[in-house]
Design a protein around this ligand. Structure first.
Ligand SMILES: CC(=O)SCCNC(=O)CCNC(=O)[C@H](O)C(C)(C)COP(=O)(O)OP(=O)(O)OC[C@H]1O[C@@H](n2cnc3c(N)ncnc32)[C@H](O)[C@@H]1OP(=O)(O)O
Length: 402
């Protein structure tokens, strides 16, 4: 058993944390030049370290953001990233200690949620995180993809020069991103990371509709020609695509499918309801080739989180929630369209934090979680009522890598 202590990192310790992270993710060791480029996007602020003596053996970071919840509010949230433990210190409780400290820190900062993308699906459930947004991977075969006559025509698309992209994208995201449920605000520290990882490695095209710029796409070509197949066209891989509505979405997809010397467009992590097949004469030209979890959500301040979202028109239900990590969240909550209150009444449904996160943004219905044994139903009539209360009528989507 290793003895270790947890504390916030101080300025000057970021590179050690970056190296612990890189090594755990099997990235090449950063050169001085790599580190110089990365340093600005990797501040010590909000990072915790686990230390065995003087040696950093684990780290976990976050940045402050806001998360769009059903009904349109955007309460403060922590976007958790950079989680790693040195391979020679794993499975000794280091991550557990880091997570506990980080969640307490979020509470102190009055952040209502923590949100992350998980490297493995087996890590974060034990800390109260649950899958709250998912994404599908689309593969569109250009040769077969013809738009239907009644599909929206879309507007004009222009390519940005790299300098323009650096300057315009943050403002475009703020304006264009529709703040659908599950999306986050992108602070400066995110853009510092993204410019190198995302913007510099992609072409950037902007869509302009009747009301001005209303969508953008980042994409990069992937060469597929081989000795045996010299005629194989490239694949365009979409890094991200945001549009205010179906007109802009269609315009951007029409553009992607018009680029020459391309055989297919691949778009990972698209919203589950992205309707590309419906726009085409041959819907099978658009294949769904993957489905992945995207944002893992943790309700940090359960009363504030439950009060922040809206509910469907239905009778009240009483949920009993148990939170072993932040026990002050444990208790019974009466949920109704008019609001949420803590009560002592008999519970209708009993559930853990992971399940609460899975239904909170509307990704999963209480019925499904009950049928799969993840929610305990104490009053069967309450289940359809809970379905109606938590239904959102839209599909949550994260759309930001971090
Ligand atoms: C948001 C992000 O940054 S995602 C990136 C996460 N980082 C990585 O994937 C890098 C490679 N992996 C690692 O660095 C480490 O293995 C970590 C951070 C995932 C886990 O760190 P550890 O210090 O080993 O975790 P810790 O010892 O606290 O484990 C707690 C429990 O989770 C389990 N667990 C931890 N990691 C895993 C895993 N990858 N798969 C399955 N179970 C795991 C442990 O077995 C333990 O279970 P127990 O309580 O029943 O004994």
């Amino acid at each position: 058993m290793t003895d270790f202590t947890i504390r916030p990192l101080v300025h000057g310790e970021q590179r050690a944390a970056f190296e612990v992270l890189g090594r755990a993710l099997h990235a090449p060791r950063p050169t001085d030049e790599d580190w110089e480029r990365r340093a600005a996007g990797f501040p010590a602020d909000r990072k915790f370290g686990a230390f065995a003596g003087e040696r950093l053996i684990g780290t976990a970071g976050s940045f402050g953001t806001r998360l769009a919840v059903p009904g349109g509010k955007t309460p403060p949230a922590a976007a958790v990233d950079g989680v790693a433990v040195r391979a020679d210190h794993t499975r000794r409780g280091v991550l557990t200690a880091l997570m506990r400290e980080q969640l307490r820190d979020c509470l102190r900062r009055e952040e209502v949620f923590a949100y992350l993308h998980a490297s493995e699906a087996t890590i974060y459930g034990r800390f109260g995180y649950g899958v709250a947004t998912r994404g599908k991977t689309l593969r569109v075969h250009k040769g077969r993809a013809r738009f239907r006559d009644d599909a929206p025509s879309g507007g004009r698309v222009r390519l940005l020069e790299p300098d323009e992209a650096h300057e315009l994208l943050p403002g475009l995201y703020e304006r264009i991103a529709p703040y659908r449920t599950g999306m986050i605000d992108r602070p400066g520290v995110w853009w510092q990371w993204a410019h190198r990882r995302l913007v510099d490695r992609h072409h950037v095209a902007v869509h302009t509709g009747p009301g001005g710029d209303d969508g953008f796409v980042l994409y990069r070509p992937e060469e597929r020609r081989t000795f045996e197949q010299p005629e194989a066209g490239a694949a365009l891989v979409v890094g991200e695509l945001h549009a205010t509505g179906t007109g802009a979405l269609t315009g951007l997809w029409r553009y992607l499918l018009s680029v020459d010397l391309v055989a297919e467009v691949r778009a990972p992590m698209r919203p589950l309801d992205e309707p590309i097949g419906l726009l085409l004469t041959d819907p099978r030209a658009c294949e769904v080739v993957g489905l992945e979890d995207s944002g893992w959500l943790r309700l940090v301040d359960v009363p504030a989180a439950l009060a922040a979202r809206t509910y469907g028109d239905a009778d009240p239900v009483v949920l009993e929630v148990t939170d072993p990590v932040l026990p002050e969240n444990s208790g019974r909550y009466r949920i109704s369209p008019g609001g949420v209150e803590r009560v002592e009444d008999a519970p209708d449904l009993r559930l853990g934090l992971t399940e609460l996160a899975m239904l909170y943004l509307g990704d999963r219905a209480p019925r499904l979680l009950a049928e799969t044994g993840r929610i305990e139903v104490l009053r069967p009539e309450a289940l359809p009522v809970a379905n109606a209360l938590f239904a959102t009528g839209s599909v949550p989507f994260c759309g930001t890598q971090f």
